[in-house]
Design a protein around this ligand. Structure first.
Ligand SMILES: C[S@@+](CC[C@H](N)C(=O)[O-])C[C@H]1O[C@@H](n2cnc3c(N)ncnc32)[C@H](O)[C@@H]1O
Ligand SMILES: [Zn+2]
Length: 345
């Protein structure tokens, strides 16, 4: 953690209260504090700095994560389901770990993302991987004076669209391992934003501190309507008035409606990655409804359009077609991803 990050941090339970550095390892030559503790000046909650990453998760996620970690180290062959049945009863255990509540679903994803972080690149189809960052960059139009938040940054697929082009950037995710991988991948180029482990529905960030928020391929994994609304409210809260949001998410497009999509998020809603990660795919109307409470939408289009045999088309041709299509309403039916651009009301 660099000291400059402190000016942006607040306790997620006391939005006015600063987080003060209580104890820390001495900063390295380039100003990084690798271990330490931050304390809320109002409620006295403590948040750790681990391996330079500031970890400001809300209590319920920390509790569930701790419970699972304790169980895992003492399990003696018992499955987690058996453990839950023994301690909390049959009704609770009848639910999968996934269905039981919002915090459990989030922790399930955190653990799976941690596990998958080193191989994340291999899960993103090549065309998407090449097209999405360039289409996001063309919309976010980051300026040298901007402060940027990359929410659900993962291993940093979008980092090159803002890092080095803005005044300051924070990459935030609830998967600690993903942030570690992000740092490994980008440190050689000197392109590491400030790193923050946080939950998108409880951001430990100051009001109106950001000019641009990127939320790329994240909102579809937030497991309940309430948590998605809270995340949208949080994005609006931390943006300055008229600040810009660029949000990309799964589109409930024709190929999904017709059952032609057979990997990852294939249907309207479900679980992917061995059932550990929730996903929802959005119609244009659903995404519009979710965002328009807090944002005025300037654009919504489909990108990464899909139709039969599309994978046989050479990359430059497919890319050209995709760019042409995104300006037409039909892209909202063909695009695998919906790209929404707006500004804070
Ligand atoms: C599909 S990945 C996308 C990562 C990156 N934005 C990209 O485009 O490659 C979704 C990311 O969102 C993160 N995520 C999901 N729900 C989150 C939440 N409630 N708070 C913070 N991060 C979350 C996951 O850990 C994961 O890294
Ligand atoms: Zn507090």
């Amino acid at each position: 953690m660099q000291r400059a990050l402190l000016a942006f941090l607040v306790c997620p339970y006391d939005r006015e209260a600063s987080l003060d550095l209580a104890a820390s390892s001495p900063p390295t030559d380039d100003g990084e504090i690798s271990e330490g503790t931050l304390v809320c000046s109002a409620c006295a909650r403590c948040y750790p700095i681990l391996d330079t990453i500031v970890c400001v998760l809300p209590d319920d996620l920390r509790d569930v994560a701790r419970e699972i970690a304790t169980f895992t180290s003492q399990s003696a062959g018992e499955t987690y389901r058996e453990h839950v049945r023994r301690w909390k009863g049959d009704d609770f255990a009848a639910l999968t770990e996934f269905e039981s509540n919002e915090a459990r679903q989030k922790v399930s994803e955190m653990r799976k993302r941690d596990e998958e972080a080193p191989d994340y690149h291999s899960f993103v189809e090549d065309f998407r991987a090449r097209i999405e960052p360039e289409r996001v960059a063309s919309r976010s139009r980051v300026q040298p004076g901007d402060v940027v938040l990359d929410l659900g940054a993962g291993i940093g697929r979008m980092v090159t669209t803002y890092q080095g082009r803005c005044r300051l950037a924070i990459a935030s995710d609830f998967s600690f391992e993903s942030l570690q991988v992000l740092r490994r991948l980008h440190s050689a180029a000197g392109q590491v934003p400030h790193l923050l482990q946080a939950d998108a529905s409880h951001l430990p960030l100051r009001d109106e501190a950001f000019d641009v928020v990127l939320c790329i391929s994240m909102i579809q994994h937030v497991p309940t309507e309430r948590a998605r609304q809270m995340a949208i409210h949080e994005m609006a809260r931390v943006l300055r008035p008229f600040g810009r949001i660029v949000l990309l998410t799964h589109n409930y497009n024709l190929s999904r409606r017709l059952g032609l999509h057979n990997t990852g998020a294939a249907g309207k809603e479900g679980c992917q990655s061995d059932g550990k990660i929730y996903y929802l795919t959005f119609t244009v109307q659903e995404l519009g409804r979710l965002m328009s409470e807090r944002f005025r939408l300037d654009e919504m289009c489909g990108i990464v359009s899909y139709w039969p045999f599309v994978r046989r088309i050479p990359f430059p041709v497919r890319r050209g077609l995709d760019r042409m299509l995104e300006r037409r309403p039909i892209s909202r039916f063909t695009g695998e991803s919906l790209l929404a651009v707006g500004h804070k009301r």
